[in-house]
Design a protein. Structure first.
Length: 137
C-alpha cells in the first residue's frame, strides 16, 4: 500500500475474484452466509441419516477429486445427496448451492442428475421424500 513492494500477480487475481464475488452477492441481495448454513445443515441431516460424522464430509475438499481415496469417495457420495437436498428440498438455486459448497455449477448439476437417476434405491428415495416433506411444510 505504501508503494515499497510490487504486488504479486496471484494476489491481485485473488483480490479481483473476491471483488467480483462481492459484486455478484450484492446484485443477488445475498451475503452467502445463509446459503452456506443451509448447505451445512443438509450435510448434517444426510450424515446423521447415514450414521457418519458430518465433519468427515465437510473436511473433504470437493475440488480435490481424490477418486482413489475411499474416504473422499464416501464423503463425495454424501455430499451429492446433501447438494440434492439443498437444491430440491430447500429451493436453493444450483448456483447458490455451488457457492455454498465451494463447487462449480457444472459439478452441482452433474451431482443432482446422478441423484435423480438413482432415486430407484428405495431407502434413499424414502429418506429424500421425507426430507422434502419436512422442508416444504
Amino acid at each position: 500500500m505504501a508503494g515499497r513492494a510490487q504486488a504479486r500477480a496471484g494476489t491481485i487475481r485473488r483480490l479481483e475474484i473476491g471483488l467480483s464475488r462481492a459484486k455478484m452477492a450484492a446484485r443477488l441481495g445475498a451475503t452467502g452466509a445463509s446459503g452456506r448454513s443451509v448447505y451445512v445443515l443438509c450435510v448434517y441431516a444426510v450424515a446423521n441419516f447415514m450414521k457418519v460424522p458430518a465433519e468427515t464430509v465437510l473436511c473433504q475438499d470437493p475440488a480435490k477429486r481424490a477418486t482413489s481415496d475411499a474416504e473422499w469417495m464416501a464423503a463425495s457420495k454424501l455430499r451429492r445427496i446433501a447438494l440434492y437436498v439443498a437444491s430440491v428440498a430447500t429451493g436453493m438455486s444450483q448456483a447458490e448451492v455451488a457457492r455454498a459448497a465451494g463447487m462449480t455449477r457444472a459439478s452441482v448439476c452433474i451431482a443432482l442428475k446422478e441423484i435423480e437417476d438413482n432415486r430407484d434405491d428405495a431407502v434413499l428415495d424414502a429418506f429424500l421424500t421425507s426430507l422434502e416433506r419436512v422442508f416444504s411444510a
